[in-house]
Ligand binder design. Structure first.
Ligand code: NAP
Length: 283
């Protein structure tokens, strides 16, 4: 019987988990292998493998598209998660589910903790918050993990690569890179998050956790650090959100910090700059 099962294994976070979980004890399923909105197949697959721990790294992640593809976003981020949580509960499996900083409205001026009250501004944020509620309601053996500004070696296919990929691509064209400086996030290296997820999942300290690299910055500062670490000469121009009207509203400030991780025996993740430096060196 495998100990671990990874859903969304082809994604940015899922692929990092696959790298670190023991190969012989892990079932990895990409979207092509298991669409989590196919309830019958989800039930059959989980019943067949009976994993101890399920990592749900799937998501309808295109924040702007979610404003129009509302039903699809609800299906993937909420209803499929409800069903998954129920099946996991029936099998006695732990569910590690990934959520987002976009459950917050961004009005707070200091990093959000697990004790802060969510108030999403977008369809994406709302569906992710409902997914959280469903996991918490249907499977007591759960870890709901909120993270932010994720990037990894394998970028998000749905978004055309990671933020790092997109900034580097643009910077290499020689054109100025324009990035918002009025949205603050906690950039998080998917590998750091994955390593913490594995450690946390082995504890019985179930509940809601914020896991992001330490510190925070604007997306402009994040992009500037990427360009500088890559040794490129491109200009990174700060702009404001109203200069690029997008369909979905985003929180102005959604840095995350945890007041719960330590009690589960885990230290905070390293600072985002340190993680980004290591990531860029490996490119
Ligand atoms: N990226 C961020 O900045 C960020 C921040 C906070 C939280 N999160 C959350 O972190 C999780 C992982 O995100 P990520 O950055 O790794 O995104 P990602 O690279 O786009 O990974 C998401 C994965 O889910 C798969 N997927 C989508 N719909 C599916 C379905 N119906 N059935 C099965 N698989 C499906 C995608 O497959 P396809 O590629 O084929 O569509 C993709 O492999 C998500 O829950 C996201 O909401 C992300």
């Amino acid at each position: 019987m495998p100990r671990f099962l990874v859903l969304g294994a082809g994604g940015q976070l899922g692929s990092e988990l696959v790298e670190i979980l023991p190969e012989g004890e892990t079932i990895t399923l990409t979207r092509e292998q298991l669409d989590i909105t196919d309830f019958v197949k989800v039930q059959d697959t989980l019943t067949k493998y009976r994993p101890h721990i399920v990592f749900n790294c799937t998501g309808f992640v295109r924040v702007d598209d979610a404003e129009e593809k509302v039903e699809e976003a609800w299906m993937v981020n909420a209803f499929a998660v409800l069903f998954l949580a129920k099946v996991c509960a029936e099998l006695g499996a732990t569910l590690v589910h990934i959520s987002t900083d976009y459950v917050f409205d961004g009005r707070k001026k200091s990093p959000y903790t697990e004790l802060d009250i969510p108030n999403p501004l977008s369809v994406y944020g709302t569906t992710k918050l409902m997914g959280e509620f469903f996991v918490r309601a249907y499977n007591p053996r759960h870890f709901v993990i909120r993270t932010a500004g994720l990037y990894g070696r394998k970028g998000s296919r749905a978004k055309g690569g990671s933020f790092v990929d997109r900034i580097l691509q643009k910077a290499r064209t020689g054109e100025p890179v324009r990035v918002v400086n009025d949205q603050i996030t906690s950039p998080t290296y998917a590998r750091d998050l994955a390593a913490h997820l594995v450690k946390l999942a082995e504890t019985e300290k179930f509940g809601l956790y914020h896991i992001a690299n330490r510190g925070y910055c604007s997306w402009h500062e994040f992009a500037s650090a990427i360009v500088q670490l890559a040794g490129l000469n491109a200009t990174v121009e700060p702009i404001t959100s109203d200069q690029i009207p997008l369909k979905a509203k985003r929180p102005a400030f959604s840095a995350l910090v945890s007041v719960r991780l330590l009690s589960a025996g885990l230290p905070p993740l390293r600072h985002w700059r340190e993680a980004l430096t290591e990531f860029m060196q490996g490119l």
